[in-house]
Design a protein around this ligand. Structure first.
Ligand SMILES: C[S@@+](CC[C@H](N)C(=O)[O-])C[C@H]1O[C@@H](n2cnc3c(N)ncnc32)[C@H](O)[C@@H]1O
Length: 400
């Protein structure tokens, strides 16, 4: 068994926790920015392939308290580094410290590096470690004097699925997009629409979820280069993920945008993600959005109007969204924006608000629930259970 940490953006911890539960990992501990759990070694491959909303997967090597550099050195040196790092391992070190006696991240980094090198040098009988082999990126987080020492298994952040070669002006991180979809009551039997789709991130992530398509199938991970981990673990995890893709029909997944150029980008991205047949893109203004489908869900990330001079235009745009709400009374609407006037402008009280960050921008995820769909719309697969199901006006066609 190994101790693993799935790191998550503020507000998405519960989503990541639910994803790990669905993958079958128990005894999870949810804290700010991370979910920690114990699992067999094979989880390193499975979680990297399957986690949709986590930032990365770390392998925890140790956790202890340290209030000075001497203590930090001794405790890091005492950890069993040779269990993971071979004699030629390259091991860059990154240290982050908050609310702790140890403050200097740069000094912390060189102390940790020296402690690991001392341990490995002694074990391998080398005065100089070559660092010419696979990379083991050491991640040290010091929070309130508790030091968590881990090795990154993902490499590139998990938002890098491999399908988005180009994007529009303000693309959503794929991990946040998957989080927004999973925080909604949408399921694969309900129409999904994003009328501000830009490079297509939200509809593409929705289609991947609808198809039960593992988001990491199209990319490689750092831990794949580690000689300690059997290659078979990666091969089996990829086979499992390919077999899990659902082939039966799904409800329409729609993406539209006023910018014709960005729609071409979205189409290319959907193609690269393997969901080109599932997502229909069109070049339409959001105010024109309509549908004859019942009980659909709009999940979107409209422009926020952050720049001076854009306010009036944004307010006009948000007012026109209110008209879309009225035209589709059986639909639910989920809108991520930093603009606090949204409920007033659409003339509707949000059923739920959730604070989230889009990069550094503090946003609110406003949720406006339509009526509960009749039973046939309830999804049969667990993938689409909403994360926070304790709403008062449950639009819960997605619940089991
Ligand atoms: C914040 S970006 C969305 C980014 C998208 N989620 C992604 O990941 O690429 C907002 C998008 O709204 C589009 N937009 C602006 N005004 C619009 C309008 N009136 N109707 C439809 N789309 C509009 C912009 O072209 C832009 O692509």
């Amino acid at each position: 068994m190994v101790d693993l940490i799935a790191t998550a953006a503020f507000g998405l911890e519960a989503v990541v926790d639910r994803e790990l539960e669905r993958l079958g990992y128990a005894d999870r501990v949810v804290e700010d920015g991370k979910v920690t759990f114990s699992a067999p070694e094979s989880a390193i491959a499975r979680c990297n392939l399957w986690l949709r909303s986590a930032d990365r997967l770390l392998l925890q090597v140790g956790e202890f308290t340290a209030i000075d550099f001497g203590e930090l050195f001794d405790r890091v040196e005492a950890l069993p580094w040779e269990e993971w790092l071979p004699r030629d391992a390259a091991f860059p070190v990154e240290v982050r410290a908050v609310r702790s006696a140890i403050r200097s991240q740069r000094n912390g980094q060189s102390i940790v590096k020296k402690a690991i090198a001392t341990r490995l040098g002694r074990r391998y009988g080398l005065s100089q470690l070559p660092e010419t082999g696979s990379t083991y990126a050491v991640d040290v987080a010091i929070v309130a004097d508790t030091v968590t020492v881990a090795i990154d298994t993902s490499g590139d952040g998990l938002h890098k699925r491999g399908y988005r070669k180009t994007a529009g002006a303000a693309p959503l991180k794929e991990t946040l997009a998957a989080g927004l979809v999973q925080l909604s009551y949408w399921n694969r039997d309900r129409t999904f629409a994003d009328p501000f789709c830009g490079s297509g991130t939200l509809p593409i992530e929705a289609a991947l979820i609808a198809r039960n398509h593992a988001p990491g199938l199209g990319r490689a991970f750092l831990a794949e280069t580690w000689p300690h981990l059997p290659r078979t673990a990666w091969i089996e995890a990829r086979d499992e993920a390919r077999d899990a893709i659902l082939r039966d029909p799904i409800a329409p997944v729609l993406g539209s945008d006023i910018d014709m150029g960005v729609i071409a980008t979205a189409r290319r991205n959907a193609e690269a993600a393997g969901v080109a047949k599932d997502v229909r893109f069109s070049n339409t203004a959001a105010a024109e959005f309509g549908s004859s489908e019942q009980f659909g869900c709009v999940v979107c990330n409209p422009p926020y109007g952050e720049r001076i001079g854009e306010q009036r235009e944004i307010e006009r745009l948000y007012r026109s969204l209110g008209d879309v709400f009225l035209r589709l009374p059986s639909w639910s609407f989920y809108v991520l924006t930093s603009h606090q006037g949204l409920p007033d402008l659409v003339k509707r009280r949000a059923d739920r608000r959730r604070k989230l960050y889009n990069g550094r921008i503090e946003c609110v995820y406003y949720q406006f629930y339509g009526p509960r769909p009749p039973k046939p719309h309830a999804s049969k697969i667990r993938e689409h259970r909403p994360v926070d199901g304790e709403s008062n006006r449950a639009d819960d066609g997605a619940a089991e």
